[in-house]
Design a protein around this ligand. Sequence first.
Ligand code: BES
Ligand code: MN
Ligand code: ZN
Length: 500
Amino acid sequence: MDFSIKTIDTKNTLDSAKTGCIAVGVYENRQLTPAAQALDQKGAISAAMKSGDISGKAGSTLLLRALEGVSAARVLLVGLGPDETVSDKNFTLAAQATARAFATLGAGDALIALPLDAVKDRDIARTIRCATLAVRENAYRCDSQKSKPEAAQGGVKKIAFVIDAAAATEAKQALAQSLALANGIDLTKHLGNLSANVCTPTYLANTAKKLAKDYKFGIEVLDHKQLQALKMGSFLSVTNGSEEPPKFIVLKHMGGKAKDAPTVLVGKGITFDTGGISLKPGLGMDEMKYDMCGAASVLGTFRAIGEMNLKLNVIGIIPTCENMPSGRATKPGDIVTSMSGQTIEVLNTDAEGRLVLCDALTYAERFKPAAVVDIATLTGACITALGHHNSGLFTRHDAAHDTLANELLAAGRATGDTAWRMPIEDSYQEQLKSNFADIANIGGSAGGSITAACFLERFTRQYTWAHLDIAGTAWKSGAIKGATGRPVSLLTAFLINRAQ
Ligand code: BES
Ligand code: MN
Ligand code: ZN
């Protein structure tokens, strides 16, 4: 797929553009967007509206061919909703419908002349991102582990956004950023969807090394022996039952000033979560290959900011291993010592995410971070609380943390990759009391996503920190099973805002 920006002026008009197809917007009130008007030379578009062949409802489409006075072979009418005040949601529906229609056209190239500058509360950068991601999402195929790639679809391979000359510079920059983001999202989906016998901790480490080479990131991959030397007894207790060696990946993108404190992303990288000795039930266990989606979102975000050459210091930390049962596996009741010195009673070996994250969060202290954000498929309870629409966002409640929480919430809203804030309070911390160690790794079934966040909170008191529980948002189940690439859009927007 090839994207570009095409500027329109009095000499280069839309009706004279030679292309396979031009997508233009229409409204339910039968009004045409300026671009549709420009192609309505002989009234064919107005007539189509009048006939009722297209309603104008957001996401409805109608393909017209060989319009008189129009050089393009086809015109795709795309519904934008009731009237000229296009909502973000309706624009997204229109962009998705355009992407689907383009994918099955008998044309190789096309123009998108939707009203990119006329969406309510959205600038061109956002509409271009929305449309680019819609096309890339529609084009995404997960067939790398099939014996033959899925039959290549025909359809449009070259897309240009039609922009007024005055906005060309802004549009070009927005497109470049959108493509970098789409590439990051694709990587995150790819890693999530790969089977766990291929996507091992070693595979994630090799992926990180390849990224480091491509984008000149600093990289360190620590092995079992080095983790022992660091006294990461909590992380290592999770890997005990597995034959696959654990890895601790540290990526550094130092795009900012050398002395600026970095923003640190920490991603949970359990490449398969059987539950360990607290074994999970069999039904749907295959989906626990997605338990490394936090790690994958960190790698995808690095792919994006690397390509953008973002002017910010960002460090990615990925503790990655398998959670397996065996004769050597950690047992319920075992007590382990974390890198922070706090002892942990492992009452349930299936609450392993917090055990790997707590040591990574302690490790993060050495970077004297401006902020730390961890991303984890941490709890089924978060799905119960928020469903599949919002990631759970947890921070302490004070001025510095409210600011960080608001940055993340705003980045989510701006990209449609939303999060919802949840509480952290001392009253929940009490649920983590242990009779035998400093802290237990589970806090009972009430407020499970909150007690998990409270566990992590105890390891983050040296810096400003937020936790994103992506258990409900990182992948979809059922017939449409597959990784979503969330929350790469949120994280990337958050970092872009920090760089400004
Ligand atoms: N990776 C799971 C959380 C999860 C489960 C995410 C289902 C998405 C779908 C995590 O390691 C886990 O097993 N958590 C337990 C915690 C419990 C033992 C306190 C859970 O949610 O059941
Ligand atoms: Mn688990
Ligand atoms: Zn897990």
